[in-house]
Each structure stands twice: as structure tokens, then as C-alpha cells.
Design a protein around this ligand. Structure first.
Ligand SMILES: [Zn+2]
Length: 240
């Protein structure tokens, strides 16, 4: 038996998930969000871009609004009604104080105890290279969790500093530490990915449901080997 992961902390009420693109949360994480919203917790999504450069066959001016619409539908499937788009340029997000400030502002606005983001590492493990947007946003989220609490920086953010982020959870990490049993969230996880219809259609000729189900159920089963054999979504948890 492989080393087992810890269960995710349960003593929180508000989470904020901040990722680069529409669809980033739907490749696994959404099944855990379904579990959390079932438990009466509030989860808000912040997308740094509208994913307008993500569909080869569609001009950004058309793709952006379409992908925002798909992301809102996708979030609704797992009980998330608050979805914000920060309007950075898809594909060329720059790590820096401008991004940190926007994310710190989002954290001050929503006052989460748990912040969720996507793996900022160079790869998804092995030789599967990630993208510059994921690296920039993941790192900036980890940094902004601290920036949000420092009243002497980003002083023109209208909301009060928020020093209440207790954890930042990284989804899609090669070295997870924690997990959520998603037995009861898996079906909604599959359906939330399927809501990215235009995106999936441009990505694969496979039937969208088969595509989504194989991926989401496959990841959860694989992760389950580290969590008592239950279907799981894993996180690398940074405690603050
Ligand atoms: Zn992405």
C-alpha cells in the first residue's frame, strides 16, 4: 500500500478558488467543490482570464464570452453561483505585483479561510510541461494569500486587509499531502467538465461525456490508491 494522504481540514466556511482559465477547476477539483457546497460551505471562483485564447478554431472576441458562459454553467453544477473574471490576457499572464495586487484584492473582497489554486510547478509530473499562465497564477496566489493581510502594501485596495487565509490548497500537484473523498461528488464533477462544450468539442472528436467521464473517474480512482481506495481529489496543502 502506498503512503496515505491526510483528509482535508473541515473547520472552515469560505473558500476562494483562483485559477488562470475557465476549465482549470473542472479537471478534477470540481468534484471536491460539490462535496463542500453540499456541506453548506461557500465557494467562490475567480478566473484570472476568460480563456479567450483557448479554442483554436474561434476568435478570442467570440471565445471569451462563450467560455465565461460555459464556466458559469459549470460552476452552477457544483453549487457555485459566484464566478468572477479578472480580465487578464489569456496565454500571456505575467507574474508580478500587478497580478499579486489583483489577487490580494480578490482575497480581501471575499475573506476566505481556504484558498484553492492549480499546480504552479513546471510540469504535471514527469515530462508533461505545464503552461506559463498556470505557473504565474499558482505562484501569485500563494504569494497573495500573504499580501492580502499586509495593510502596508496595495494600500489603494478598497477592502480591509484579510489575514484569515489559513491554507492554500494546490490542485493537480505531483506531491499531494491531503485529499477529499469525492464518492458523492464525482457525477457532478463529470457533468461540470461537460459544461465546457465548445472547448471540449474543439479539443477532441471523442463523445464529450465519454471524454469527461474517463478523465474525471480515472483521476479519482488513481488518487484513491492514496486515500483508502475511495475515489479522491488530492491537494498539496500549504498552511499559513
Ligand atoms: Zn488552464
Amino acid at each position: 500500500m502506498t503512503d496515505q494522504l491526510e483528509p482535508m481540514p473541515e473547520d472552515w466556511q469560505r473558500a476562494l478558488a483562483i485559477v488562470a482559465h475557465p476549465d482549470d477547476l473542472e479537471y478534477g477539483c470540481a468534484s471536491a467543490v460539490a462535496i463542500w457546497t453540499d456541506q453548506g460551505r461557500e465557494v467562490t471562483y475567480v478566473m484570472v482570464t476568460s480563456g479567450e485564447a483557448g479554442i483554436e478554431t474561434l476568435e478570442p472576441a467570440e471565445a471569451g464570452p462563450l467560455r465565461e458562459q460555459e464556466q458559469r454553467a459549470s460552476a452552477a453544477v457544483v453549487g457555485v453561483t459566484n464566478v468572477e473574471f479578472l480580465g487578464h490576457a489569456d496565454g500571456v499572464i505575467e507574474y508580478g505585483t500587478a497580478l499579486r495586487k489583483d489577487l490580494a484584492a480578490a482575497i480581501r473582497r471575499h475573506r476566505p479561510e481556504l484558498v484553492i489554486t492549480l499546480n504552479p510547478d513546471d510540469t504535471w509530473g514527469g515530462t508533461y510541461w505545464s503552461t506559463p499562465d498556470h505557473r504565474a497564477v499558482g505562484r501569485a496566489v500563494l504569494d497573495a494569500a500573504g499580501d492580502a493581510g499586509n495593510r502596508w502594501i496595495f494600500r489603494d485596495i478598497p477592502d480591509e486587509p484579510w489575514n484569515g487565509v489559513r491554507w492554500v490548497a494546490i490542485a493537480g500537484s505531483e506531491s499531494p499531502t491531503h485529499a477529499v473523498d469525492v464518492t458523492d461528488g464525482l457525477e457532478r464533477g463529470v457533468r461540470s467538465l461537460m459544461e465546457h462544450r465548445a472547448y471540449i468539442k474543439a479539443l477532441t472528436t471523442e463523445n464529450p461525456e465519454t471524454y469527461a467521464r474517463n478523465l474525471i473517474e480515472g483521476f479519482a480512482r488513481e488518487s484513491g490508491a492514496q486515500f483508502g481506495g475511495r475515489p479522491a481529489v488530492t491537494f498539496r496543502l500549504f498552511t499559513r
